[in-house]
Ligand binder design. Structure first.
Ligand code: BDR
Ligand code: CA
Length: 307
């Protein structure tokens, strides 16, 4: 969408290594005008995800973008124990500056409501990269504002494959299944980008080296993030770039195959929590079921090395 007006966009996030890659991609993309970032506990606790959001903005020289602290725990069940999925600092130990701007005093939900009521209806999109707690609270507490959202594009869930935290559960939906249920059943415009797609957009050692080659600061930072991702959890050198798929979908929907599915979210206990079921009584959601992985990676590299 080269000549289109930038879309006013909020990034709701729990950075998170793959969140960080997605955030840097969004900040490097003139197609988006980032109104602010809202944070949520997920990959790590709220203080760390909030700090990391500020550190990424400081690194990108974009501290004019405000950060709003969001939910520290799920809507209605005890939070999962901090999993520290992406290292002790949530971001793989990469070298990011400390923010000079503090998070704002308004909460994520207060600010989202104010923003949505201030801007023309339908003009603010949300990129949701973590558990859906903030967006669910907005829907529950401020439906007048929530109904003005343009579109939510959320990384979450799994449709036809195995989950990554339970047999059928993906982390973001599993971490707060009640919130996921509120968002999915809200009827708001929602595109879900599940593991079925994000597992096909993989960062490899070759990808990291290609990013590093032009010696551009942003692309080199993403190469650092990708290499730190290799060190976490599985020590694999091919890791799915889950959250950047949200931005890649917004930039190039033609690279993805979308299907309308009627979905419901399992809010039961433990290992089935967050699982998605396709059923007649579910809510109609647009779901990305396929992607041209190499083309998506190529687009990511092109955007990151262009700045
Ligand atoms: C999702 O869980 C988190 O660990 C990632 O940041 C991503 O948002 C993948 O299941
Ligand atoms: Ca995330």
């Amino acid at each position: 969408m080269p000549d289109a007006k930038p879309r006013l966009t909020v990034i709701d996030t729990d950075p998170g290594i793959d969140d960080a890659v997605g955030i840097l991609l969004a900040l490097a993309s003139p197609e988006f005008s980032i109104a602010g970032m809202t944070t949520v506990a997920g990959n790590i606790g709220i203080e760390t995800t909030t700090r990391n959001a500020g550190r990424l903005l400081a690194f990108a020289g974009q501290e004019g973008i405000p950060v709003f602290r969001g939910a520290a725990a799920p809507l209605s069940r005890p939070g999962p124990e901090p999993l520290n999925l992406h290292g002790e600092d949530g971001i793989g130990g990469v070298n990011l500056p400390e923010p000079s701007r503090q998070p704002e005093s308004r909460t994520a939900v207060q600010w989202l409501a104010d923003l949505l009521l201030h801007e023309p209806a339908g003009t603010v999109d949300i990129f949701a990269l973590g558990p859906l707690t903030n967006i669910a609270k907005l829907i529950l507490d401020r439906p007048d504002a929530a109904r003005r959202i343009g579109r939510i594009i959320a990384m979450g869930g799994v449709i036809r494959e195995a989950g990554n935290v339970g047999p059928r559960s993906e982390f973001n939906l599993w971490a707060d299944p009640e919130a996921a249920d509120v968002v999915v059943s809200s009827g708001l415009s929602l595109v879900l980008v599940p593991l079925d797609v994000t597992r096909r957009v993989r960062a490899t050692r070759d990808f990291a080296e290609a990013l590093r080659a032009p010696a551009k600061p942003l692309a080199s930072m993403v190469a650092d993030l990708v290499e730190s991702y290799f060190e976490t959890k599985t020590h694999q050198e091919s890791r799915p770039l889950h959250d950047p798929c949200v931005m890649l979908f917004a930039l190039a929907p033609e690279l993805f195959r979308l299907k309308d599915l009627r979905l419901s979210v399992n809010t039961g206990p433990a290992e089935e929590a967050g699982a998605l079921t396709i059923e007649e009584s579910g809510t109609s959601v647009q779901v990305a079921l396929g992607v041209d992985g190499p083309a998506a990676l190529e687009l990511l590299a092109r955007k990151l090395t262009a700045v």
